[in-house]
Design a protein around this ligand. Structure first.
Ligand code: G3I
Length: 469
């Protein structure tokens, strides 16, 4: 185990050792403080080594001092949280949530419905739609429910789009898609929202930083978000993972374009897994100019992040180059803000420079004050119901619907004027439509399942998920 360094010692070392990185910022000036003043969240993962008490003490000291949002590298994934059917293991996740609460960090939950890192037992049900729906619903309900009020935001669906030139859903090597079809995505959002109505719910994917050309992953996702919003599927954010390389110079502006497209849909864009790696072969031969270039790219991402009002979180997939998936799994290296000795790199200075160049008075936050400055009770995870409720999901209309048997009853219609009733399946296809509906209507033609009903009467409308049984 390494010798413990205090933060100020690290900064001092960085300034003294000429051959190392020169850190321009005082140790008492942190990314965290500047992020908070700007109503934003900047953070990194807690590596699996942290959960296993197998990481240098510098890691946690820097982590909690410099950052204000945290995510688990592997410990909230399906295989970690439900290793056996309906037997949940929340131990490591609880450890992180406790750490976050003790240090005032926002928590991202990663990830609920993903084709990778699914527990092996799920494969016993390959192709069995009803069973897989039940498995996924149970998983999401229990995992999100366990941390209700304590996890601000979930990656509800991760990496569900394929890598084809003309993007579409990932249809192979996904137990969820192959067994259920694309409706698993819609249902996952509905179940997550039911389990914690105050949590932000994201669709998260890689290669979204490659622009909005026709057929791209990013434009496919924007189209799906449009459909989800039209059907009142409770998505509030998109995560762009953004695992890039030093040569990918156009990516910051592509992320800006994506943020703008999502702003039109009232959806937040978060950078969720940023790293900017060098080719692994270049290790040992990197020059000051290389590190400066890396810093420049980090700065451009931070500029975009601070300038786009619908961006909320900036999460880097690792803190130190000593612990990064890039070396083990990607043929890349040194993509993070701190080097292998925990010294801040030029990229750290670039992030600070960007923050300082964007005064708090000019940076808009997508979050309400209840999230930016939660009451003390909330900091210990006791938020109470709806303290963070997202206003965009408040139904301020008087209309309501309910089912009795197969009859849909509508209450709150203005006088006795007729309304239009449309029912969509979870893929957005219209499956039922009726005009001139007064108080109720018989729905006998639709099979059992989850649907979205839309009632329209003049300018008044209500959109709601319903289960037809
Ligand atoms: O837990 C086992 C351990 O028991 C075993 O001894 C060891 C031997 O290699 O493996 C351990 O599992 C590893 C796990 O990380 C925990 O350390 C897996 O082999 C390894 O494949 C896994 O890699 C993770 C990867 O996701 C898997 O998909 C990385 O740490 C993690 O950084 C990475 O994170 C993903 C995001 O979730 C989604 N976006 C891409 C990102 C990078 O791949």
């Amino acid at each position: 185990m390494k010798k413990i360094h205090s933060l100020s010692r690290i900064a001092l070392d960085a300034a003294i050792i000429g051959a190392g990185f020169m850190n321009a910022y005082a140790a008492d000036e942190t990314i965290r403080e500047l992020a908070k003043e700007r109503g934003r969240f900047i953070g990194t993962i807690l590596n699996s080594e942290w959960f296993n008490d197998a990481i240098e003490p510098e890691f946690e000291e820097i982590h909690k001092t410099q950052f204000n949002v945290v995510v688990a590298e592997n410990e909230m994934k399906f295989d970690a949280t439900e290793p056996k059917e309906d037997e949940f293991n929340f131990e490591k996740g609880d450890k992180m949530v406790k750490y976050a609460q003790a240090n005032g960090l926002r928590v991202r939950g990663h990830a609920l419905a993903w084709h990778s890192q699914v527990a092996n037992w799920v494969n016993n049900y390959k192709g069995q739609k009803e069973k897989l729906l039940a498995v996924l619903k149970n998983h999401i309900t229990k995992v999100v429910g366990h941390w209700k009020g304590q996890i601000a935001e979930w990656d509800v669906v991760n990496e569900a789009v394929n890598d084809d030139y003309n993007a579409d859903w990932r249809s192979t090597n996904s137990v969820w898609y192959e067994g259920i079809g694309a409706e698993f995505l819609d249902s996952a959002f509905v179940w997550a929202h039911a389990a914690d109505p105050d949590a932000e719910l994201c669709y998260n994917d890689y290669s979204l930083e490659w622009g909005l050309r026709e057929g791209s992953k990013a434009s496919f996702v924007v189209e799906q978000v449009k459909r989800w919003k039209a059907n009142n599927i409770p998505i509030t954010c998109v995560g762009t993972q953004t695992h890039i390389e030093i040569a990918h110079e156009t990516t910051p502006q592509n992320v800006r374009a994506l943020a703008k497209a999502l702003a039109e849909l009232n959806v937040t864009l978060n950078i969720t897994e940023l790293d900017i790696g060098f080719p692994k072969g270049s290790a040992g031969n990197l020059t000051k100019a290389d590190y400066a270039k890396q810093g420049h790219l980090y700065r451009q991402f931070m500029d975009v992040f601070l300038e786009e009002p619908n961006m909320g979180e900036f999460v880097i997939w690792g803190l130190t180059d000593a612990h990064s998936w890039l070396d083990d799994q990607q043929g890349k290296t040194e993509g993070l803000l701190y080097d292998k000795q925990y010294k801040p790199k030029p990229a750290y200075d670039s992030v600070m420079a960007s923050l300082k160049a964007h005064p708090a008075s000019e940076v808009k936050s997508p979050y309400p004050d209840s999230i930016l400055n939660p009451p003390d009770s909330c900091k210990t995870g006791n938020c109470g119901d709806s303290i963070n409720a997202l206003p965009r999901f408040n139904n301020k209309q008087n209309l309501s619907v309910h089912f009795a048997g197969r009859t849909l009853y509508i209450t709150g219609l203005a006088s006795k004027t007729a309304a239009k009733v449309d029912i969509f399946d979870m893929q957005g296809h219209l499956v039922f439509s009726a005009k001139d509906v007064k108080d109720n209507i018989e729905i006998s033609s639709i099979p059992e399942g989850l649907y979205v009903v839309q009632i329209r009467q003049g300018v008044t409308r209500l959109t709601k998920q319903i289960a037809i049984k």
